[in-house]
Design a protein. Structure first.
Ligand code: SF4
Ligand code: SF4
Length: 185
């Protein structure tokens, strides 16, 4: 039976062939067999739509704009698009994602007859202003996540929730009304 070495061991053989006493094949039958990847290999990342809150931290961190965020305020949608063709596998997105939605994989094959195969889209519902009904810049999931991670017993969570679901204009209007009524100083 042919002994197959892990990838990192094969690399060592390539560097110092004179040190190798064994006659071991350094190529594999890929693509007919699966290629063994080292555990630290950075493949194409993937977005878990269940964990994503649409915060955009990954978009801000991505050097080649492989991730973009779009707002469709007509339909109340915030859209995160990942294009693996632009990805340089730096994993900045994985490092900054607060929820673990951006995940590393061992997938390296990106050859495809259709560029669409390399695109992942995650859509989120935008939160609505509870006073005027306009869509906010934030997703409902973003607000709920923020409320979830706020420590209990320190902040007025109900007050924060109420103001988080107001647009900038309505928040200003409410503040002015509270000052007029003497509720806020
Ligand atoms: S791995 Fe790097 S290049 Fe690829 S999507 Fe993440 S931040 Fe962008
Ligand atoms: S950083 Fe994570 S949670 Fe935020 S938009 Fe990107 S994938 Fe989603």
């Amino acid at each position: 039976m042919v002994e197959v070495l892990p990838y990192t061991e094969k690399l060592k053989l390539w560097r110092r062939p004179e040190e190798s006493k064994k006659r071991i094949p350094v190529t594999t039958d890929y693509p007919f067999v699966e290629v063994e990847k080292p555990p630290e290999y950075r493949g194409v990342p993937h977005i878990d739509p269940e964990l994503c809150i649409g915060c955009g931290a990954c978009v801000n961190a991505c050097p080649p704009d492989a991730l973009i965020m779009e707002w469709d305020k007509e339909n109340g949608v915030k859209r995160l698009t990942f294009n693996a063709a632009r990805c340089i596998r730096c994993y900045r997105c994985v490092e900054v994602c607060p929820t673990g939605a951006m995940q590393g994989t061992l997938r390296f094959e990106v050859a495809t007859p259709s560029k669409e195969d390399l695109v992942e889209v995650v859509e989120h519902r935008l939160a609505k202003c509870e006073r005027c009904g306009n869509y906010l810049d934030f997703t409902e999931r973003q607000i709920e996540y923020m409320l979830k991670i706020l420590p209990d017993g320190i902040f007025d969570k109900e007050g924060i929730r109420r103001r988080a679901y107001l647009c900038k204009e309505c928040r200003m209007r409410e503040t002015v009304e509270e000052v007029k009524k003497g509720e806020l100083r």
